[in-house]
Design a protein around this ligand. Sequence first.
Ligand code: F0G
Length: 458
Amino acid sequence: MTKYYAEPFKIKMVEPIKILTKEERIEKIEEANYNVFALNSDDVYIDLLTDSGTGAMSANQWAGIMVGDEAYSGSRSYKNLMISAADVFGYKYYQPVHQGRAAEKVVMPIFLQEGKVAISNMHFDTTRAHVELAGARAIDCVIPEALDTVNFHPFKGNMDNARMKELIEENGSENVGMIIITVTNNSAGGQPVSMANIKETSEIAKSYGIPVCIDAARYAENSYFIKMREDGYADKSIKEIAQEMFSYADVFTMSAKKDAIINMGGLIGVKDDPELFETVKARTIPYEGFISYGGLSGRDIEAMAIGLQEGTSFDFLQYRIGQMEYLAGKLDEIGIAYQSPVGGHAVFLDAKKLLSHIPYHEFPAQALAIELYIEAGIRSCDIGSYMMGNDPDTGEQIESQFEFTRLAVPRRVYTQSHLDVIVEALKEIRDRKDQIKGYEIKWEPKVLRHFTAKLKPL
Ligand code: F0G
């Protein structure tokens, strides 16, 4: 039997959700031109579009909202954030910003310019965008095991360090502006990166004098996986593990909308370099606002200070990642493939396997996302060829290495019964999978098409 770790909280406030009839959902998705981003959230029953900014804050965080200090400078909430962040990450300097991509906008151009490259275990879309906006090129370098969704590997998010070394040599170390370690590796399926791997990446980077940046959006989930799977960490606390992880980098950019469980916020950390921190501050002021608020209200900063602590609770993480493991266990029972072992914030369904009759250019993962909405009002999204788009040079559809339908689970929001609804829906879809057809694009914008493109069933 698949275990479910009961919620380590009780519910004080609820938000009603409604279920439309199947006929209504068929109409809504047609009106949305078969693009889940065009659906009204009121027409969605279980929203698994993202785990970012969609978590439920605690009573303590809401209390923090009320006492947040809105002073322009010298705010008490800013001081609370500095204390909380130092306790979790062990760095000397921190700069709040309004979200993860704002941190990227401030930090990337310091290290990256025209002619430079960034190497990462995998760049998240906005990270890649900011590398490219700075004039540089982004190279992904995840271990090959990540591409095999079936076979077990405890740390599928790892950097391929041997390949990274080759890439440094090929590009010339002076042209590698930074190494970015994304924890967990979102694009590979929320997959963790091991401590040994982070340490080795860092040692290689140091030997070439290349700075290391951690994309820290899911730092707590990554620390939890290290504790559970890596030798020598079982008796260490999540914070001890996080501090060791961050000790191998020089700087971090973080979206606080994930593991810090807030609806808006981001953070930059600088280990110990005062000059680098001066540059970060100088860039933050014109883009984000004065250093003590960085594009956020004092109340958001207060909620972040509290959320950083709550996000590192072992009981919370056991329940949280337990939800993914529960879902994955149920999928094993009904024979539905996903990126396995399951990651930290989402189940990445392998649509290539389930809908093997739909070729990549007819978007199997998007087709599965649409079926999940029609079947049970569940909103997920395509992380596959539909999201990938066309080759900018040839205009041809790119074939993605994965065809994932991502079920991203918001933190502290849905219960075991909601997860069971997802499993039931997938069972129904599995039983009629041969009737499911692919899609073609009626209209698309030039960039980031998946947000606004219009599709039609074939
Ligand atoms: N880095 C990673 C690894 C992310 O997953 C995200 C956001 C960002 C950076 C950017 O942060 O949204 O606060 O600006 N990921 C969300 C997702 C949007 O759905 O996976 P942001």
